[in-house]
Design a protein around this ligand. Structure first.
Ligand code: DAH
Length: 341
């Protein structure tokens, strides 16, 4: 065994491997060189007969030989696999292509994105809170009386440990104010849960966008102006808003906000139940008891808050006649809203 012989053996083996026409030919080349009685394998024990002075060099050459043969085998195997996939057929460009269905963005997600975009441009940041809330954050800190009907287990989902699935996004106000000193200017989109029987306008699981603006000088006029600006950006310049006096425990005064029906332009249709208006939000000036609960000084700050129903707005904006269409996951329906936001 000498270096020249090793080199010749390597060249022969590599050439033979490259010429293997199929997997069987490749396998017999492997056995011939690297098998138990293969010519490369058999050379290895002969190293001990090489004079000690030459042994390191010959040993290195033997190693290199083995690696070269292994690499040639791998490379040819990969080549043969690629070839067999194409099966030698020329590319047929008349065959139909593979359609990878592109996903579309759900109308609720699109609306949350669009609304957040508009509010961000108005100086709001987006805050977040968990779906599972404490009774304190969802009711007590929001000045909700002990006997308020929304606390009833027939209205709100309670967990065994006494927590609940939030029935509104308003607890995010509490969390935010407790974690940040004033001023505050946030929106908080998210899921809400109520024990409602599903129908064309109700779902037990729906979405709201909470809004909160607290500073030294904030008035009901700011609330009206900001929500009107928002609605015009979202629905178009022609939309009108109507503010009706209402009651919420966490605001005083409180209002409900209706938008003129986008579907019929206010003339009356199925979506607005012939009234020409659709309720989109509850709102008002933050109640002093809420400020007290979160540790804000009610003599130092004032603020407005609102909670908007996202499904309602989706129904107006996209002309969705039944809220259930948004949840049935019928792709024929959902994909009409197109990709992107
Ligand atoms: N949380 C109320 C609801 O779910 C909506 C609401 C009303 C939120 C007034 C507010 C508010 O922040 O100030 O019906």
């Amino acid at each position: 065994m000498n270096l020249g012989g090793i080199e010749r053996l390597r060249d022969r083996a590599v050439e033979e491997i490259r010429a293997a026409v199929d997997a069987a030919a490749l396998e017999s080349a492997r056995v011939k060189y690297l098998g138990r009685k293969g010519s490369v394998t058999l050379l290895m024990p002969a190293l001990k007969d090489v004079p000690p002075a030459e042994r390191p060099e010959v040993g290195r050459a033997l190693n290199a030989l083995k690696i070269a043969v292994q690499e040639a085998l791998e490379a040819r195997k990969a080549e043969l696999q690629t070839q067999s996939r194409g099966a030698g057929q020329p590319f047929d460009h008349t065959l139909p292509g593979e359609w990878r269905g592109l996903g579309t963005i759900h109308p609720i997600s699109r609306l949350i994105e669009r609304a957040s975009e508009i509010f961000r441009a108005m100086g709001f940041t987006v805050a977040d809170g968990p779906d599972i809330e404490t009774v304190r954050n969802n009711f007590d800190a929001l000045n909700t009386p002990e006997d308020h009907p929304s606390r009833d287990p027939s209205d709100t989902f309670y967990l065994e440990n006494g927590d609940l699935l939030r029935c509104q996004t308003s607890p995010v106000q509490v969390r935010y104010m407790e974690a940040h000193p004033p001023p505050a200017r946030i929106i908080a989109p998210g899921r809400c849960y109520r024990r409602d029987t599903p129908d064309a306008t109700h779902s037990a699981n729906f979405h709201q966008i909470e809004g909160l603006y607290v500073d030294q000088q904030v008035s009901l006029a700011d609330l009206k102006g900001d929500l009107t600006y928002f609605a015009r950006r979202l629905f178009g310049a022609g939309v009108a808003l109507r503010f009706r006096p209402h009651f919420f425990p966490f605001t005083e005064p409180s209002v409900e906000v209706d938008a003129s029906c986008h579907v019929c332009g206010g003339r009356g249709c199925r979506v607005c139940k012939q009234s020409g208006w659709i309720e989109i939000a509850g709102a008002g000036m933050v109640h002093p008891n809420v400020f007290r609960a979160v540790g804000y000084d009610r003599h130092e700050v004032v603020g407005y808050a609102f909670g908007m129903g996202i499904e309602r707005m989706a129904m107006i904006l996209y002309g969705v006649p039944d809220i259930r269409l948004l949840y049935e996951n019928d792709l024929r329906y959902l994909t009409q809203f197109g990709a992107g936001v």
